[in-house]
Design a protein. Structure first.
Length: 218
């Protein structure tokens, strides 16, 4: 599943040796003769729960000296934000635990995990896509990952707002023209236009991000 990390910006960062990524197969650490990693929940209820032992031994093998920030991907965790990605990028080593089925035995979380992160208010079938979201969102803030013509400073959320609309060549497409102000090279006017657009789109789509918290009908 994690092969897609070898593509695009994250893939380039791995190739350039700026970041390193390894996936561990929890099943390989199971002491059960059939390498079983799940069991029915105590107290009853649907589904299976991942057992503590294989996860505990896997984490101990990867991080014997507690050098990693250990994160469990979970819908019950803190909601992932741009600010959180920036903060995660300051850590040298991250360990992302991905659950499956109904989740993970609480005791292994109590023993081994520093933080729980959710990528949104919905339930995925496994933590892998959530972990890849954290990796992709975080790696861009690691020094040297984005090239000189890429930047995270102008993106949505970088100043707390959504980004202004972007246009590229040609100046006219299917009868729609690029806003004139972007063609005239007046940088002050362009900055003003983009700021206004950014505020308008934020107010209409995400009023919660506006400093006054108010939407279009303010
Ligand atoms: N029974 C759990 C959901 C388990 S979903 C509950 O109701 O809270 C199976 C696994 O998918 C979880 O262990 C977690 O690792 C991952 N997962 C599901 N939704 C997620 C989300 N929104 N954010 C991060 N990880 C999630």
């Amino acid at each position: 599943m994690f092969d897609c990390l070898n593509e695009s910006i994250v893939g380039r960062a791995i190739k350039n040796g700026i970041i390193d990524f390894q996936a561990a197969d929890i099943r390989e650490y199971s002491k059960d003769k059939h390498q079983k990693c799940d069991d029915t929940p105590y107290g009853g209820g649907a589904g299976m729960v991942m057992t503590a032992q294989p996860i505990y031994d896997c984490i101990k093998a990867i991080d014997p000296d507690r050098e990693y920030l250990r994160i469990y991907m979970s819908p019950k965790g803190e909601r992932l934000t741009d600010g959180m990605c920036r903060e995660l990028a300051t850590h040298d080593k991250l360990l992302l635990l991905c659950g499956h089925y109904e989740g993970v035995d609480q005791r292994v979380l109590d023993l081994c995990i520093d933080r729980e992160i959710s990528i949104g208010d919905y339930v995925l079938s496994g933590g892998e896509l959530a972990a890849m979201t954290v990796i992709d969102g975080t790696v861009r803030f690691v020094d040297g990952v984005l090239g000189s013509c890429e930047s995270h400073e102008d993106e949505s959320f970088s100043d707390g707002m959504l980004e202004y609309p972007q246009y590229t060549r040609p100046p006219e497409f299917m009868g729609l023209r690029v806003p004139e102000v972007l063609l005239n090279g007046n940088h002050k006017a362009i900055a003003k236009f983009r700021k206004e657009q950014s505020e308008a789109i934020t107010r209409s789509r995400r009023p919660d991000l506006m400093p006054d918290g108010k939407g279009d009908d303010r």
